[in-house]
Design a protein around this ligand. Structure first.
Ligand SMILES: [Mg+2]
Length: 174
């Protein structure tokens, strides 16, 4: 059961995700988390780098959908200026939002990767829904109550995986 928390890949940030590499693997779409994945949870708008990232993905024909457990106002205000598709109150790790995002992009499961900073929502949800998952290091560690609780469990899972030799990377602040 622990394998369900295991991402297929681990990167420092979304900027390490290369659209050409994705294309070579047949990937045409990304379902990405918002808070602490694209920007810090308390940053309202996309940074210039994130705007560039979306443009780069677009230029390479990679569709991006933002799927966030956060509220409508937050997700909408962030996504609309980027002209990005979005799903708010996604209730990850439940599969529904992932499926919806994939359908909206008109892609097959194997053509989509799921990106996020949390094992208990993004990675678990992406894995359960049958997608290739990419874990990023959270932009900041501080967060709301539920995430703090999630992070505690997450640290234990990461520790266990490291001990079992399932992962060989460290999160700097863990
Ligand atoms: Mg997040």
């Amino acid at each position: 059961m622990w394998n369900r928390f295991l991402p297929n890949e681990h990167v420092e940030s979304v900027f390490e995700i290369d659209p050409v590499e994705l294309k070579n693997k047949g990937v045409k779409g990304i379902i990405t988390d918002l808070d602490n994945t694209l920007v810090a949870w308390d940053v309202k708008d996309a940074t210039d780098e994130i705007r560039e990232w979306f443009k780069k993905m677009n230029d390479h024909g990679i569709q991006v959908t933002i799927a966030s457990n956060n509220k409508e106002a937050r997700v909408k205000l962030f996504s609309e200026p980027l002209e990005a598709s979005f799903i708010y109150s996604a209730r990850k790790p439940l599969a529904k939002a992932f499926k919806k995002a994939r359908k909206q992009m008109g892609l097959k499961k194997e053509e989509v990767v799921v990106v996020g900073d949390q094992l208990l929502t993004d990675v678990l949800g992406g894995n359960l829904a049958g997608f290739h998952t990419i874990l990023v290091v959270p932009i900041v560690e501080t967060d709301g109550f539920f995430t703090k609780f999630n992070r505690k469990i997450e640290r234990r899972i990461l520790h266990w995986m490291r001990k079992k030799g399932k992962i060989n990377w460290e999160r700097s602040k863990n």
